[in-house]
Design a protein around this ligand. Sequence first.
Ligand SMILES: [Zn+2]
Length: 260
Amino acid sequence: MMTTQEMRTEVIGFKRLKDGYWDYPDFKETYTLLTNGDGPLIDDFLLEDGYLFKAHKLCIPNTSLREFLVWELHAGGLAGHFGQSKTIAALENRFYWPTLKHDVGKLIKRCHTCQLAKQRKQNTGLYTPLPVPNCPWQDVSMDFVLGLPKTLRKHDYVCVVVDRFSKMAHFLPCSKTFDASWVAKLYFDEIVRLHVLPMTIVSDRDVKFTSYFWKTLWHKMGTKLQFSTAFHPQTDGQTEVVNISLGNLLRTLVGENLRD
Ligand SMILES: [Zn+2]
């Protein structure tokens, strides 16, 4: 893996691309022909201001710049560690080199964050099948991501609510001191306000927590009626998948400074 210093040098290295075309066999022949004026276009290769383009995509010679670009579009900034095909698509949008697909696969295999995410996804057990949702925000899953560094507002965990129908997710910042009624209040303010009351909730929490949560939620609706809801004391993997994305997103945003 490259160091930040090396990456910085490589960004400036875009200017050095022009030399790279001469030095590496991938583009040498085409580049020479085009520079000699053998035609404005050879096999949809085009020369512009000394840079080589193939079908309007910038050609990248075989230098460490290739690895830098793959890494940048897979894990840099807000890239969020998307899988192989998405990373390839993002690169192919702008760049071209013959081994692009192969290089992406190689790098993702080496990506530590993706490895961890993969291990967690394989945590499957014997679950009873969950009802198949047929309308948004009626069947949700609720999970808690613990052990995060405390923010300035004293939040140190995230309640992740995923609509099992649309896969849309809400992230509610919580604090360890929040009990079931607090979480219910939060759920009411943030989710019910925008959507509807859920019919089923899948959660990794115990029965005591969930029944208290449910009572508080209904109390907030201003009714004494208590329709029963199905609480599944398990997880369907839905929130876990979102949690991995959340983890990746937070990690890429926060970087070195955990106080951010
Ligand atoms: Zn990754």
